[in-house]
Write a new protein. Sequence first.
Lengths: 324, 321, 312
Amino acid sequence: MLGFVISRLLQAIVVVFAMSIIVFVGVYAIGNPIDVMIDPGATAEIRENLIRQYGLDQPLWRQYITFLANVAQGDLGRSMVYNTSVTGLVFSRLPATLELVLVAITIATVIGIPAGIYAGYRPNSVASKAIMALSILGFSVPTFWIGMLLIMAFAVELGWLPSGGRGDEGTIFGISTSLATANGWSHVILPAINLSLFKMGLMIRLARAGMVEAMQTDYVKFARAQGLPDRQIVFSHVLRNISIPIVTVFGLELGSTLAFAVVTESVFNWPGVGKLIIDSILQLDRPVMVTYLILVVILFVIINFTVDIVYARLDPRVRLGGSK
Amino acid sequence: MSAALDIQGLTTRFDTRGGSVTAVDNVSFSVDRGRIMGLVGESGSGKSVTGFSILGLIDEPGRVTDGRVMVEDTDLRSLSPDHLRSMRGRKVSMVFQDPMMTLNPVLRIGDQMAMAVRVHEPMSKTRALERARDALGTVGIPSPEERLAAYPHQLSGGMRQRVAIATALLHRPAVIIADEPTTALDVSIQGQILAEVRRLADETHTAIVWITHDLAVVSSLADDICVMYAGKIVERGTAEEVIGRPRHPYTRGLLDSVPGQHAPGSHLPQIPGSTPQLSHLPSGCPFRNRCPRATDVCATTPPLARFGDHTALCHHPMETT
Amino acid sequence: MSDVATTTGETLAEPAAAPIETRAMRLKNFWSDFRASKVAVAALVVIVTLLLLAFGAPLVAPQDPYDMAMLDWLDAFLRPGEVGTGGYVHVLGTDNAGRDMLSAIFYGLRTSFTIGLSAGALALVIGISVGLTAAYFGGRVESLLMRIIDLQLSMPAILLALVLVAVLGQGVIQIILALVVAQYAYFARTTHGAATVERGKDYIEAARATPLPTWRVLFKHLLPNVLPPLIVVATVQVAAAIALEATLSFLGVGLPLTEPSLGSLISNGFKYIHSDRYWLSIYPGIFLMITVVAINLVGDQVRTVLDPRHAR
């Protein structure tokens, strides 16, 4: 187990390193940020000074080395637009995104998995067909369009919920979050539903596929031959088995939901990192883009790593591997 | 002696794209307590479907369309689904072919068995585990206490099959359907399991239906034999009679193609052709286009030829040799 | 039951090059299976209709929304059904520049389809090449290529496309390129997966033993056998490309309004959702939704039909 963890850890470090180069080079190929930053009427001298100040006159490899050296000291640079530390900026936006993602994933799981299990257990029933149709809608209709419909229906027409922004923050367990206030919830619910639909469609399909497959296995037939009722077979035998792929995907999706929040945050004007990255792309705020992308890469690596460990914990064949 | 299992006219159909296919066609047989009945046939003959039909475990698109399945004095086919479920595992259970697949890989042996105990007899988990341990002991598993905490993959194939048999035996059912339970095992392990099963049948008076394609296995184990071909029972009798004096040309062909009884180097006889697809059966006798004795009359439904208790579904049964 | 499966499912091993009539029959069987779902057939009809409307846009649309000279500010924000200065009914109303929404949607559909189909086709070709190369050569080439692909697949396509568009700039070609880079990996993985299964089979070994050039073995023998799963991925990916383009345009990094795609139309309309001018965003959105859902429904049925376990 320890060897497994170490080899995974080494792999992860290599991936992060390689990705940081790709991200750095990729982002630095985008136009000259100075043109966006300064007043077009500024003199050539001011321009030159700024370029030198940001180190943009250096060759790319030198810029990367400087960047790495700064990162090693915990400094990811300053935002060219907000003129503050990028790390501070990103981390100040992170809680908003995290709470949105958390609520969305919870909605997707709590509704999606039982629905998928039911659809797999009775694949030919009308309810199952309706569930499957919904799942197709869920992940084929673009998120931004559903978000817009939600705003039109619940904010503009009915006026029940606010159309965007994050609500008042409160404190639970010492953590400042908008999930602590009713106003906060009224703001988070629409974007969270919006963000959850795609994942819900996915969870439904996953749970259904696992269920259909598991119901055909010999161990389920054997359990039936022992006279176990279907309900017990599903809860005691099947769920344990299909939870393995579901946990895997759940983990992976947590990461992609964070990234996917880009769209939902833009639609609902949610002040998270997703909105920040869109703004920084539109304004060519390089340090923010680099930081965000590297953050995402690290996040994905951590999630993959954790999923592998959880997977190993759940499946005795992996956990006890070699003890045969 | 009353029959533990008595089947009359059991018929199971599958609705496929090519129309309805009769996988089990008017099958009748009975097994007395403590007896072992070998149900022999090639793959595709409908022997496994017969097993599942007895337990009422046929999934869509198949369904049992006709017949009576008496276990002791209850007709399983007349029961409500829930009542039928309560009979499974308690009065009639089943053991499958592949021991690698029949146990849930992510649950401990003890938990799986305790679940099977408690579904029919409510009791504490501890007592259920004791029952499971005793059952494991009965089928000759060493240190059963430790096995309870093991996961299936930690046991060998033979051990797993013993666990499955022990699970099937938990409630001392009247009937066990064993669907090729030794096919996937090594020959030496197979011998041990066969001996164990014979002993269990004698000691517990359980009636066993032993489904197999292997006549050699069945001749050493079974008391009675039914030979199935294309969904029908084509020959039925005591093991001694069927093996010693086969009446149906198909049985003769099967017996002749068992290696080992012929002089080394001599040509091994075989049945020409292959198992017919159930959707494209010839009229009359389904075996006639592979049969050396076939004549024009075989295109009509064959009669049941009787030789005492020994019967064969054939126009031209073999003479006593 | 396993007995039945072995008998009815028993088919003779087919030769590598299937006879013509078998292929025709397989196509016929495919169609009869496909037809089993009324929803999928309806979706197919919808797709064909939308394609006709999109590529026949200059013929069916009342106005050319690209032609700024034809736009009149007096026509701005006409409600659906009102008659503008052109003297015809604006069935779906007009936008803030006086553009007829119906025409804009037809032209927008054309842009969306063009982008979706070309991105899908390019990604398919590149993906197949990469996947087959990896599967055929094996060893280091395979592990390196597949490592890159896995890494790329673990990132959401939207993020990748977003960064690429930011790098490449706005425009139809740029968007197509970004989508291809974001999507080829799905095809590559599918091809590779199917091809590795096929690779182990005897007929490939046999073909490799003959002095046929490598590419012939790859394209004549391996490719036809990995095609079914690719067809499914292709349908889904075309829908995904259309949705992705719309999303990018909505976020403001895709196409400008002078080249209307459904996404840029919705993006433009989104500015007015608080002012009761719903038709600017709702109608292009409905067309987008219908397009994407219809393609996915067809893809779903194709998947069901091609699934080897779908034995009925």
